[in-house]
Design a binder for this molecule. Structure first.
Ligand SMILES: [Zn+2]
Length: 455
């Protein structure tokens, strides 16, 4: 039972910024400057009045699982926001003096100019907190209303994930792995912007079968991809000035099995790649920013009109994903869905006996009963009363079979017709996949509705 008339407990380790502050054990040492200089700056900053607040803002963000801190300064004060699982939360406002004192510390300790409040300033530092190594990036810049500060908090060593970690259900994993490990085809990974495409790209490649097959990637030198184990990267646009098609031709002589193409680059490369796929039975993987699988298909063809027909003929599958918040397993509340609701959602009777809601306590000022007496709520320690913890992706996997190829060629500029055709063929879109995720208890109907409304 989460709601109870118990004594309120301090449920997380975050501190409020009023009253006395314990300085968290988090050390800020600027990167990119000499070690002695960074130590000197740290010692000097510890004497500043804003030091405790600056550190508590950071420590609270990390403890609360935020990956971004946004501070907007205006004449009156500062609004602080934390981003947790992709959702911005506003903290109680800070008065101007407190907020300014923290900003002076960040700038001073990072070797930036504390009096510069207009021009953009950037710096990074590495720190260890809660036994995890973090890389923290600081950026400040003048905006019309005052000054804006963005602090990004990233793990130094990203955790290697599996498709299950990302939220792909088992049956889809089987189909998707089959596509990735196939021959003579093109696989497209896609997602709307900010929906985690770089992560799923990396995870999909890391989890593909690379032990019996050679995987190579062709990338621009100036925009290299994060390294992926057992995928050999080749670069164009190097100092020698090699063109992408020259690099591609050199690489294909090495007879790799799979070409990893973060983009199809240009018409010459696309043409060579298609010939490798159709004549040599090689495989290829590329990615596109797109709102759903059908949108990805249309964008692929629109961007390569000369090769559209051939691309359709080799296309085997398109994955798309959107990020959604994961219910906190500790406090999620089961309920028995009414038969009418199940019918509305298209779930056959008897298939799903329970769905889950998040437990979200009302805001502190509304925690009173009908008579106005305060009710005390116990807040879930695991999710700090957010009801959600972490995110997962809802995936849509479009298999391109022969009838689908015909439909794509027929309706290439009509996405709605294509979506209707795919559905007729039994393809599950985001709505169906979202409902499946609810039935598995990993997310809520509210969250799926939020996803479908595009918020
Ligand atoms: Zn919880």
């Amino acid at each position: 039972m989460i709601f109870g008339k118990k004594k309120p407990k301090k449920t997380d380790e975050s501190q409020s910024l009023g009253g006395e502050i314990t300085i968290p054990p988090l050390e800020i040492k600027a990167m990119g400057i000499g070690r002695d200089e960074a130590t000197g700056l740290l010692i000097a900053s510890k004497q500043l009045p804003g030091y405790p607040v600056a550190l508590v803002l950071l420590a609270n963000a990390i403890t609360g699982k935020a990956d971004r801190i946004l501070i907007d300064y205006s004449a009156q004060g500062a609004v602080v926001r934390y981003r947790v699982d992709g959702v911005w939360e506003t903290l109680p406002a800070l008065d101007r003096v407190t907020a300014d004192s923290a900003l002076v510390v960040y700038k001073k300790v990072l070797g930036l100019n504390p009096t510069e409040r207009k021009a953009r300033q950037d710096a990074k530092f590495a720190t260890n907190f809660k036994d995890i190594d973090w890389i923290i990036s600081f950026m400040s810049t003048g905006v019309p209303s005052g000054e804006r500060v963005l602090i990004s908090i990233d793990r130094k060593k990203p955790i290697i994930k599996t498709l299950s970690d990302l939220g792909m259900r088992d049956a889809m994993q089987e189909s998707f792995k089959g596509m990735m490990n196939g021959h003579g085809g093109l696989i497209v990974l896609s997602a709307p912007a900010t929906h985690g495409l770089p992560t799923s790209w990396k995870v999909a490649l890391e989890n593909a079968d690379k032990f019996v097959r050679d995987w190579v990637s062709i990338e621009p030198k100036k925009d290299q991809e994060p390294e992926i184990i057992n995928v050999t990267a080749y670069y164009y646009g190097t100092e020698a000035g090699e063109l992408p098609e020259e690099v591609f031709n050199k690489v294909r002589l090495k007879q790799p099995d799979v070409f990893v193409m973060p983009s199809l680059i240009n018409s010459e490369v696309t043409s060579e790649l298609l010939s490798q796929i159709t004549k040599e039975n090689k495989h290829a993987v590329t990615r596109i920013v797109a709102s759903d699988a059908i949108d990805a298909v249309i964008q692929l063809l629109t961007a390569n009109p000369k090769h559209a027909k051939q691309l359709v003929s080799v296309l085997q599958g398109v994955l798309n994903q959107r990020l959604i918040r994961r219910l906190c397993d500790t406090c999620k509340q089961p309920y028995q869905p009414a038969p009418q609701l199940l019918q509305k959602l298209g779930i056959p009777a008897g298939r799903v006996t329970r769905l889950y809601n998040p437990t979200i306590p009302p805001p502190p000022d509304q925690r009173v009963d009908a008579k106005g007496n305060p009710i005390e709520f116990e807040i879930c320690k695991r999710c700090n009363g957010r009801g959600y913890l972490g995110r997962l992706a809802i995936f849509e996997l479009l298999t391109i079979n022969e009838p689908m190829r015909q439909a794509i060629l027929k309706f290439a500029s009509k996405p709605d017709e294509l979506r209707a055709f795919a559905k007729q063929q039994g393809h599950l879109g985001f709505q169906e996949e979202g409902i499946l995720a609810c039935a598995l208890g990993v997310t809520s109907l509210q969250e799926v509705q939020r996803l479908l409304s595009g918020k």
